[in-house]
Each structure stands twice: as C-alpha cells, then as structure tokens.
Design a protein around this ligand. Structure first.
Ligand code: GLU
Length: 300
C-alpha cells in the first residue's frame, strides 16, 4: 500500500492542504504503507522552486515524512508525452481552438470554478477548417470521452458516478502553450510512483471518473480513493491560498506543530479535544470509520 502527498507549490500551504496531507499520511502509515511526495508544479506561471522547498519544510515541520525522493511534475514531460501519444494513436485526441478554459486546464480543477461541460465543437471540424485554424492559433488538445457511466466506491463518500459525456465532456490534456494538464499528469504519476491509495479533498471527487477512465485507456492500475470533507473558513467560504490568516506562515506564529496537528485531529474526530499531539502518536488512533463525511467550518 502506498499513499501520496500531491501539493501544488503555487504559494504557502493553507489549513486545507495540511488537513489533506495529515489524513493521507495517517491513512497510509496506519496501514503500514509507504508515502511518496509529488510536487505538482506543472504550471510554470504559478510554481517556483522556492515554493517547492517551502512545502517540504512545512511538511517536515508538521512531522510528516515521505519515502524516497520527491517527484517534480515539471521534470516529467517525457512520461506525459508517452501517455498523450498513446491516446493519440487510439484516435481519441483532437485540437481545440477555443480560447476559454485552456489556461485553467493544467491546474487542479475545482467544481466551484464553474468549468463548463465542453460541447465538443472542435471535435467536429472538417480537415479544411482545422488547417485554416492552425494557421491563426496554437490549439489546446482535448480527449474525446465516450457516452459511458463511470462509478467507483469512495472510502468516505460511498459510490460516486458520472456520465462522462454528459457530466464532464471532452477535456483538455494539453494546453495551447504545451503544458500537460493535471488530469493526464496525475494518472501517469500515480501509476509510475506505485500509488495505490489516493486521499485528497472532495473538491477533486468529480475529477476521479476522468482519471479512472484515463487509467483504463492507458492500461494503468486503479488506486483506491478516499475524498475528505472540506474544511471551510468560519464564514463558510472554501479555504484558498488567498486566505492569508489560514496560511501556514501565519499559523506557525500562533501554534506549535503538535497544537496544530491536534486541532486538525480533533476536527477529524480522531481525538476528543484539540490537545497537542504528533502525527506519529495519531497513527494508532486513525480509522476511516471515525472520519466525518460532511464539510465543516474550522476556527483556529
Ligand atoms: N495538487 C492538487 C492540489 O493541491 C491535488 C491533486 C490530487 O490530489 O490529485 O489541490
């Protein structure tokens, strides 16, 4: 069994990232499993080496460790190119000349970003229309999804299913600037890194059917999934990198690492009171059955 951390180093981690990292680590370590680290630094406009270094220092500060060397997505272009070409040979990929949404594609998507289901219009262009458009614009590349229902048992959310064509639509695998998209990279990397258990926020629940389907097309194994409820700011908002007050740099001024871990562990219902505790001390206390299923507000 191998779990993973997959932070996006586009700034300092916030409480929501720490929540996912702590619980992913506990789920793996309590089952005697390995834990690997992948820095999802695909987007050169948003990610920097110094953020990657900071993420690793922050995980260490919290008391979370990982096995082996960290994997940087920015250095794995060849592996993504292999997957892309495999799908291309299967005749599933087409250029998309539409201008919107291309830039978002390489970031971890969130349902609240209002990403629309693409209607597949560029997939219906004639060869002549395509030729003409190639002369004026560099396209993004989409994969054509079938009219197929994908469902899977989630460790926390129960069965989740999506009708790919209706609920998701043809999605971007490569942006017009050549950067491979999150959905493709995550599937290739989870397989290459031997990840068998994915624990992450439920904002990514709706990405999972796409990832399961891509794994199928690329003959890669399916990990098991557990999607955590989200932590919300006291006013009910989703936590985001712009919430500076819930960012680790600020939190470190208020709490020691065991105090912060204790607050998260209490929210996870692994302990009754928010007392100081280390991740190692929590290992025997972890169980999937204890974890809450609903999003919750947390005040720190
Ligand atoms: N990099 C993503 C994030 O920080 C997580 C991706 C994943 O767990 O698949 O939100």
């Amino acid at each position: 069994m191998t779990g993973r951390f997959a932070p996006s180093p586009s700034g300092r981690m916030h409480l929501g990232n720490l929540w996912s990292c702590l619980l992913a680590w506990l789920a793996a370590r309590s089952a005697g499993g390995g834990m690997v680290l992948r820095l999802e630094d695909l987007d050169p406009d948003r990610c920097r080496q110094e953020y990657c270094d900071q993420v690793m220092r922050d995980l260490e500060w919290l008391g979370l460790d990982w096995d082996g060397r960290p994997v940087y997505q920015s250095r794995r272009t060849e592996a993504y190119a292999w997957a892309f070409q495999t799908l291309e040979k299967q005749g599933r990929i087409y250029p998309c000349f539409c201008t919107r949404a291309e830039r978002l594609a390489a970031s971890a998507p969130h349902r609240s970003d209002g990403t629309a289901v693409y209607d597949g219009r560029c997939g219906r262009l004639s060869p002549a229309e395509r030729e003409a458009l190639f002369k004026v614009r560099r396209p993004a590349w989409r994969v054509r999804v079938p009219d197929e229902e994908i469902s899977f048992p989630d460790r926390l959310q129960g069965y989740f299913s999506e009708q790919l064509a209706r609920d998701c639509g043809d999605f971007i695998l490569r942006r017009s600037d050549g950067v491979y998209a999150y959905q493709l990279a995550v599937v290739v990397d989870d397989a290459c890194m031997g990840v068998t258990q994915v624990v992450r926020g439920s904002d990514l629940l709706s990405s999972t059917p796409r990832q399961l389907w891509l794994q199928e097309q690329l003959s890669l194994p399916h990990p098991e999934y557990g999607h955590l409820p989200l932590l919300l700011a006291p006013d009910g908002r989703r936590l985001a990198k712009r919430d500076r007050d819930l960012e680790l740099g600020q939190l470190q001024g208020q709490y020691t690492a065991p105090e912060l871990v204790g607050r998260l562990a209490c929210a996870a219902r692994l302990i009754d009171r928010p007392q100081a505790i280390t991740p190692h001390e929590l290992i025997p206390l972890f169980s999937w059955e204890k974890l809450p299923k609903e999003d919750m507000t947390i005040s720190v």
